[in-house]
Design a protein around this ligand. Structure first.
Ligand code: KG4
Ligand code: ZN
Length: 395
């Protein structure tokens, strides 16, 4: 069957069409068209997404993105071009979510086809299956228990799955999401929005230059992995302040995270430095060093809790999804979880999304929507009952 999928939970207007085949045990897909209209340039002056503007832009973009998507898929919009519609209904910005839902309802009514509401975070879990640059893909058979580390601008959570579509959030952020912290620190450093890729770029530059950062924590489980950076090129270190930002909740027994203290530590550090040197933000080295130590701290918390959860729950498959899963250092450190720690860890399968699907997109909504449709075929909700739920949780 052909599936049209719509994603408008934040600042990307995504519409795609896929041909889906197979039952719940072996779903497979062919991408016929996939488009995303990004609103980055609109929100960038505000340093974050402005919900009213996002709503206005989605309303403006939806018809033209649909038109282009149907054209790319060589389908005629007058006849019934697809068999099913899937749409994100939460979590996200409610005004933005509603635009996609209202649009989807109208199409479902016009074409007289079912409409499946999809949880955006479930979408990020399924985003690991399409392969970079390939049109055909399958939902792979994975071994359970599985764990999903979902990291985005609005979420930081660890989700335990004993089987498909059975979710238990075992840990989450108590305040800011990790992507939000990246964005806020980028703003403090006067870097453009979205800040994640900018911070990551500076941190990678700093690593190449061999800057040290104040990594002093030694985590028994991880050996000395994180303290290695300290030993690098002391000459460059000498010209930089000794940076050491906190790793909030690193040693708590639960699987929760906290990013607001880390962000505030960067703010206080900057304020303090500005008192001493007024033009601190013109100092590229200083910015690189801050980005490096911030990224090290942010990633260390993610990796440490993920590692502990994989051990406690004897995880066989680890899925990493959400905008922050584009982060190269996070990918590298997560991949290292498999190295040198005995057999169980070596057999851990780790899945990341293709780089172009780390951010919000509608393909992931289509995959999650199709499997939900197969599971609940007889219970597909009536379009009228579908509502936007800003704080929707996986369960
Ligand atoms: O999943 P996503 O596209 O939207 C939400 O559902 O929130 O995630 C966006 C977040 C932003 O905070 C952005 O700064 C962050 O993902 N991000 C990154 C990177 N690329 C995007 N964070 C760190 N490193 C990156 N390379
Ligand atoms: Zn997202």
């Amino acid at each position: 069957m052909k599936i049209l999928s719509i994603e408008t939970s934040c600042d990307d207007t995504g519409i795609s069409i896929m041909e889906a085949k197979g039952g719940i045990k072996n779903p497979s897909f062919k991408v016929l068209a996939n488009n995303v209209a990004s609103q980055i340039s609109i929100h960038s002056p505000y340093g974050g997404v402005y919900p009213k503007l996002a709503k206005r832009e989605h309303i403006k973009n939806l018809p033209s993105v649909l038109e282009k998507t149907l054209k790319d898929a060589k389908l005629d919009k007058k006849a019934k071009p697809v068999d099913l519609i899937t749409v994100t209904y939460g979590p996200g910005l409610e005004p933005a979510l509603w635009t996609g839902i209202v649009f989807a309802k109208e199409l479902a009514r016009k074409w007289k086809i079912p409409l499946v509401p999809v949880n955006h975070m479930e979408g990020h879990i399924f985003s690991v299956f399409p392969k970079a640059g390939k049109k055909n893909f399958k939902v792979l058979k994975i071994n359970f228990p599985a764990l999903a580390l979902l990291v985005s601008g609005g979420h930081t959570e660890l989700v335990l799955m004993k089987k498909w579509m059975d979710y238990k959030i075992i840990g989450e952020t108590l305040d800011d999401a990790v992507g939000e912290a990246f964005d806020k620190v980028a703003r403090m450093l006067e870097l453009p929005y979205p800040g994640g890729p900018e911070i990551s770029r500076l941190a990678e530059q700093a690593r190449k230059l061999g800057y040290a950062s104040g990594l002093t924590t030694r985590i028994p489980l991880l050996g000395n992995r994180f303290s290695r950076a300290v030993a690098l090129r002391r000459d460059s270190l000498a010209r930089l302040p000794q940076l050491s930002f906190p790793r909030p909740m690193l040693h708590t027994k639960n699987f929760d995270f906290s990013y607001s203290g880390l962000k505030t530590a960067v703010l206080y550090f900057l304020k303090d430095q500005q008192k001493k040197h007024s033009n601190i933000l013109q100092n590229d080295k200083m910015k690189q060093a801050i980005a490096l130590e911030f990224e090290n701290a942010a990633v260390e918390c993610l990796v440490h809790k993920t590692l502990r959860a994989t051990e406690k729950y004897k995880i066989k498959t680890l899925i990493v999804g959400g905008g922050v899963s584009a982060n190269l250092y996070l990918r590298k450190e997560i991949t290292r979880l498999r190295q040198g720690f005995g057999r169980a860890r070596k057999n851990l399968k780790i899945l990341f999304p293709a780089p172009e699907l780390t951010g919000d997109n509608s393909l992931m909504i289509g995959i999650a929507g199709y499997v939900n449709y197969l599971k609940n075929r007889r219970k597909t909700p009536t379009p009228r009952s579908i509502k936007a739920i800003g704080n929707l949780r996986l369960k």
